[in-house]
Ligand binder design. Structure first.
Ligand code: ADP
Length: 432
């Protein structure tokens, strides 16, 4: 092989390695910002430049520099934090603006000029003597951002611009990913904020509603005590209706408050033996269990989970109470267990009660949704909403399977990956 051919082959191999490395970065880096920074370092290293930036255009046309690389940054003589402040919301000018405007790769090895006003970094000893700028754009051909390299000894070659332009596609993909990441983060933050606002609103309205209710309650009591004798049967019936409605209203408000408390005040998580939690609940319900002659079978082997203990206890409590409550005329037989599915535990609470019609399988988890209009059992229809909220706060899902007249099974999941975060205490708990 001729030396020239060998040289060309070697160059092509280095280029291919470089592009492969960038693609590897694109695929493997979890954070787009990190990938960008590494990608820029690679480009600076590959071209032997001593200055590099990578940034995106904001909606208002200003420019944010997301990554800097190369030794020449030190010659700006600005502390790092201050540097970042100066480099966001930046008005593009000079050769940087030219790259974005032309949406073309630009190479200038003589006097590219400073791309920022000299007063921005007054103590800088920086000069730019060679420049390569690569815009990256979407399919609409609009430049979204730019990779700019500078100060390569001897200037940038056509090969440099050829190889670097191959990076454009990868950059564009990363940029879209970054944009999606940011959009998603913003949406999530907005959602969290509005949920918090809603919870605060529910909390304060519920408290406000309680006050007049206390008044109605007190005056109905006075009416019964002081004038009860003088009321005829119809009057007494009206009074009883007011008292019952007030009591029901109080229960609804209490449940609303409870739901907002669950969402507003999560407790720290701790490792918990599921079996212990269930035994505790069953013990609390001893009276109803005896009264209904209920049989409760709890599986022997149940996992240890890391959870908000008091809340998770509420999940089992509400489901077992329902299984007892909606047993119809039968002697309740309740089975509690857990299956080990792919990556999650699937807990279940099964009963042989009245069952639920299919069209209510989802509705029953909505607040104040009940199948029966009978208020005698004291239910408001908030119990399952609270259960669902707690299960979801622990990263799980809940659903019901049921056959009318035969019984229902409530399933809820718990992601096993949570446990990994609590390995030590969980192990200690298992030993105990
Ligand atoms: P509540 O029990 O206070 O009415 P829930 O939110 O706990 O409220 O339950 C909502 C509705 O779902 C109940 O009113 C009932 O109609 C139905 N339900 C819940 N659990 C069961 C069950 N185990 N068997 C049959 N129906 C049930």
């Amino acid at each position: 092989m001729e030396p020239a051919e060998r040289e060309q082959l070697e160059r092509k191999t280095t280029e291919a390695e470089f592009v492969a490395k960038l693609l590897g970065l694109l695929i493997t880096q979890k954070s787009c910002l990190n990938a960008w920074r590494e990608l820029l370092d690679e480009c600076v290293g590959f071209t032997h430049s001593s200055f590099g930036i990578l940034g995106i255009i904001n909606e208002d046309g200003s420019f944010d520099i997301s990554a800097v690389s190369g030794a020449d940054w030190q010659s700006l003589n600005v502390p790092r934090e201050q540097l970042w402040q100066s480099l966001t919301g930046f008005t593009l000018q000079g050769i940087w603006a030219e790259v974005i405007r032309s949406n073309q790769i630009i190479v200038k090895n003589e006097n590219p000029g400073l791309p920022w006003p000299p007063e921005l970094f007054p103590r800088a000893s920086f000069t730019m003597h060679s420049f390569l700028g690569l815009p990256f754009s979407d399919t609409a051909e609009r430049a979204y951002g730019m990779l700019a390299l500078a100060n390569k000894p001897g200037g940038f070659s056509p090969q440099d611009s050829q190889v670097i332009s191959r990076v454009a596609q990868a950059l564009m993909l990363m940029m879209l990913r970054r944009k999606t990441e940011l959009d998603l983060r913003r949406t999530n933050q907005a959602l969290e904020r509005s949920n918090r606002d809603l919870d605060d609103f529910t909390h304060s309205v519920s408290h406000d509603l309680k006050e007049p209710l206390r008044g109605i309650n007190a005056f109905s009591k006075f009416l019964r005590e002081d004038y009860g004798e003088r009321l005829d049967e119809k009057g007494r019936h009206y009074l009883t209706t007011i008292e019952n409605a007030t009591l029901r209203m109080k229960r609804l408000i209490d449940d609303l408050l409870e739901l907002s408390r669950v969402r507003r005040r999560p407790n720290p998580w701790q490792p918990v033996l599921a079996r212990e939690l269930i035994d505790e609940v069953v013990q609390t319900l001893e009276f109803s269990v005896k009264e209904k002659k209920a049989e409760i079978a709890v599986a022997d082997s149940l996992p240890v989970i890391a959870c908000d203990r008091a809340r998770y206890r509420q999940v089992f409590y509400n489901l077992i109470v329902n299984a007892l409550k909606y047993s119809g005329d039968k002697q309740p037989r309740i089975e509690i267990g857990c299956e080990d599915a792919a990556g999650e535990y699937v807990f279940f609470v099964r009963d042989n009660g009245i069952g639920i019609p299919r069209e209510y399988f989802e509705k029953i988890f909505l607040i104040f949704q009940r199948l029966s209009r009978d208020d005698a059992d004291g239910g408001t229809g908030a119990g399952l909403t609270i259960v669902k909220t707690i299960v979801e706060m622990h990263g799980g899902r809940i659903w019901v399977e049921s056959e009318l007249g035969k019984g229902s099974t409530f399933y809820f999941t718990y992601p096993q990956s949570h446990k990994e975060k609590f390995t030590c205490p969980v192990e200690r708990c298992q030993e105990a």
